[in-house]
Design a binder for this molecule. Sequence first.
Ligand SMILES: [Mn+2]
Length: 234
Amino acid sequence: MIYVTADLHGMAPAAFDGLLARGGVGPADTVFILGDVLDRGEHGIALLESLLCRDNVITLMGNHERMFMSVAEGLIAEITEESVAAFDEARVQMVLDYLMNGGGPTLEAFRKLDPERRGDVLDYILDMPLYETVRAGGRDYLLCHGGIDHFDPAAPLAQYELDDFLWGRPELTEPFYGGSPRLVIGHTPTYCYGGEHRDRVIFTEGFINVDTGRGHGGKAALLCLDTLKWCLES
Ligand SMILES: [Mn+2]
């Protein structure tokens, strides 16, 4: 079976295991995390480290992993005349923006890793796919972090910009592909669509949103794509 969750935002590895257990995930099942493992909560780096060793979990890139990579790039650059010149006001602003978006605990945890482990974490993030297509319960799904900005049903996926998959906030009426494939996304906490959606997965014709706002005081959701049943972390 195929399961999806998203926007874990610093969840501890033990809590992630608890969520998988509540959903009844077995060793033969596959779990997709639709981005934003990092930031806001304390344990994002620890969770990524634990994901490195799990063959049945596939983590897609979220805008928070993207922001972290941009900041980390500046932090690990060799000091040369060019790199010092590149550390201009725009780069300082990028770091400040990242801290405003909850990046502090991630940088703090990353700082404490030994260099080899830092390399493993960076490689894992660099390898994160932007989207995946899967078939479950006889239906086709397209998984990505935020939806597809600048959507055109005729456009091949390879034609979109990286950011198109990371920052979208689709309206509930956005049909995307009319449900085939149906998008499965996170990024926008479901309560942002109205209080009646708080702590609930949203199902529309065009997409399913599984971000139940863990990064903003809510609980993470886990959805089984084969059955469309979902649960929240305890
Ligand atoms: Mn996001």
